[in-house]
Design a binder for this molecule. Structure first.
Ligand SMILES: [Zn+2]
Length: 269
């Protein structure tokens, strides 16, 4: 991994106000140099992240957390976030969509745009799952106790999910169980290279305390430099690809992605 630290920009108050206004009047946003791979439209800018408290942003800044691009977060025309755009770029560039074609996909917390991309790739099965589903086509599934036979899927996709799961070792064990040998898991999650080991404390339960501890009120841990050893312990072999190795030709300002976020691909061994 490339763990070189850099400054994480925090969105300003003015940025949040702008984001709110643009969302309301998105149809009036003109064309521009920025390009969204989710809606295939150009805009003059991407919108900054509008949520999070000052305390949360401070944690992300102080611990140099690699995660979302808070300055170039949301597309003003389709509201895709940078994580969806980045994942789609990685999958297109690395030919993951060709692997998805004809495959059995288990997709946790499916983002609208990325789920459409996966569906368009032509999987045999695309099972969308969430502990708290908010759409009729998403099944209520607990990642810690999945109602699936072993080796049921070729792919598991969980984009920024593990940081929300109470027992990630059990979740990883379940993901490995339901994947066939040689199956692949896309497991993006925030981390801080400043932490030698992953920080989690079951005694931190309030949203406010979690914002102070992990940088987001609904996170239950912040991964550290041991992140890959935790995945390896669950039986996964790293196929992680760095941004510059796959997407060096893509201007991060134009495409609105975080160049420090690698593609977290793991193979079930
Ligand atoms: Zn868009």
């Amino acid at each position: 991994m490339n763990f070189e630290p850099s400054v994480l920009g925090a969105p300003s108050f003015a940025g949040r106000v702008l984001a709110s206004l643009v969302r309301r009047f998105s149809r009036l946003v003109p064309s521009g140099p920025c390009y969204c791979v989710c809606c295939s439209k150009n805009s003059p800018f991407f919108l900054p992240f509008a949520g999070g408290t000052g305390a949360a942003l401070l944690v992300n800044c102080k611990l140099d957390v690699v995660g979302s691009d808070l300055e170039r977060y949301s597309c003003p025309k389709c509201e895709s976030n940078d994580r969806e755009r980045h994942l789609k770029l990685y999958c297109q560039k690395l030919g993951i969509d060709r692997l998805i074609a004809g495959a059995r996909i288990l997709h946790f917390a499916p983002e609208r745009h990325f789920a459409s991309y996966v569906a368009a790739a032509g999987p045999t099965e695309h099972l969308k799952a969430d502990l708290f589903p908010r759409a009729a086509d998403i099944q209520k599934i607990d990642m810690l106790a999945m109602p699936f036979s072993s080796a049921s899927f070729d792919f598991v996709i969980a984009n920024h999910v593990l940081e929300h799961v109470a027992d990630d070792a059990r979740a990883l064990s379940e993901i490995r169980r339901v994947l066939r040998p040689g199956g692949l898991a896309i497991l993006q999650t925030p981390y801080s290279a400043m932490l030698e080991t992953t920080f989690e404390d079951a005694g931190i339960v309030s949203n406010e305390a979690r914002e102070h501890a992990y940088g987001q009120g609904d996170h239950v841990r912040l991964y550290g430099r041991d992140i890959f050893s935790r995945f390896a312990a669950a039986g996964f072999e790293s196929r992680v690809v760095h941004h510059d190795a796959a997407l060096a030709d893509f201007d991060v300002t134009v495409y609105g992605v975080n160049p420090r976020e690698s593609f977290f691909l793991f193979e079930c061994i």
